[in-house]
Design a protein around this ligand. Structure first.
Ligand code: SF4
Ligand code: SF4
Length: 312
């Protein structure tokens, strides 16, 4: 609805100016007119094809649109990076709502999950963008504001410390979704909050709204050596992102929607991580939630995360 409204206003503005506007520069101008806060440099500054400029919102794409867009991305990656990639778009499965559980008694703070995530999800290497941050916390305290993510010891775990990895909690009532002015981010029926990288205007409202500091912004074009590009790419997950858009954990949806585990879980050497379908009474996550004392971060904010912490 909001998108139709914006498109209508854009057409009127174009008519008035007798000059075609990119959707992003138009929305940026609109945001400034409305007195909204800092809007990042739009992706329009990058050389975008006509097709990409006028691409519809993901939710409006037909199967034929998707086929054409995926082929375009695969071709661009072949030409620009010399890498053959495959873009997939697995939909949410019926009767599935994903949840993550993390055993704080077992996590040793080795950060193997962090680096597996960077590799799997084609995150920028320089500067390195990480979706997961691991906080070192003092035993006896659950105050995340007192934890540090910048610990650098020769060995982990440290005596008297415990470790708390944090990424996107895929909130049921997600503040990031509520504040996005162009509906570039939304919640899917399997509980995963996704981002349309082509629709994001980089205003960073969602980043400011997220109470878990889970969103990352591409200030520069992400750098990844061609030989390190993961060719198994999901349109709404780990495909290569442009400069000026938001990104974050998406529960590795290109893997989990086809029955695999997220990369962070597979990399964890201690078995701290449990992932699965909360609607399945026989799933591990359901057993954890029913039988352990689980804890959600910042419960008082009523974001209702799909991410649970527990101790043995
Ligand atoms: S953790 Fe942050 S980015 Fe993730 S759904 Fe919640 S508000 Fe949005
Ligand atoms: S890989 Fe496992 S043990 Fe290591 S920091 Fe991540 S969750 Fe903790």
């Amino acid at each position: 609805m909001k998108n139709n409204f914006l498109e209508r206003i854009k057409r009127l503005a174009e008519k008035k100016l007798r000059n075609p506007l990119s959707r992003r520069s138009f929305v940026k101008g609109l945001a400034l007119t409305l007195g909204l806060a800092t809007v990042a440099k739009p992706k329009a500054a990058e050389a975008l094809s006509f097709d990409e400029f006028f691409q519809k919102h993901y939710k409006e794409l037909s199967p034929a649109d998707k086929e054409r867009i995926f082929a375009r991305i695969e071709k661009e990656t072949r030409e620009k990076r010399g890498v053959e990639v495959k873009i997939s778009d697995p939909p949410p499965m019926d009767g599935v709502e994903f949840a993550y559980c993390l055993n704080l008694s077992k996590c040793i703070g080795c950060r193997k999950c962090v680096y597996a995530c960077v590799k799997e999800n084609n995150q920028s290497r320089d500067p390195q963008i990480q979706y997961i941050k691991v906080l070192e916390m003092t035993k006896g305290s659950m105050d995340v504001d007192k934890g540090t993510q910048y610990y650098d010891h020769d060995t982990v775990p440290q005596k008297d410390k415990f470790y708390m990895p944090i990424a996107c909690h895929q909130c049921h009532d997600a503040p990031c979704v509520k504040v996005c002015p162009v509906e570039a981010t939304w919640k899917e029926k399997d509980g995963i909050v996704v981002i349309d990288y082509n629709w994001c205007i980089g205003c960073r409202y969602c980043e400011a709204a997220c109470p878990y500091e889970a969103r990352r912004f591409n200030f520069g074009t992400p750098t990844i050596p061609s030989e390190e590009i993961n060719p198994d790419q999901g349109y709404l997950s780990n495909r290569l992102r442009p400069r000026g858009v938001m990104e974050k954990c998406h529960f590795c949806l290109h893997r989990t929607r086809i029955g695999k585990y997220p990369a962070c879980l597979e990399a964890c050497p201690t078995g701290s991580r449990k992932f699965g379908n909360i609607l399945d009474p026989n799933s591990e996550v359901r057993a954890v939630i029913q039988n352990k004392r689980v804890y959600v971060l910042k419960e008082e904010l009523n974001t209702h995360p799909h991410f649970y912490y527990f101790f043995d």
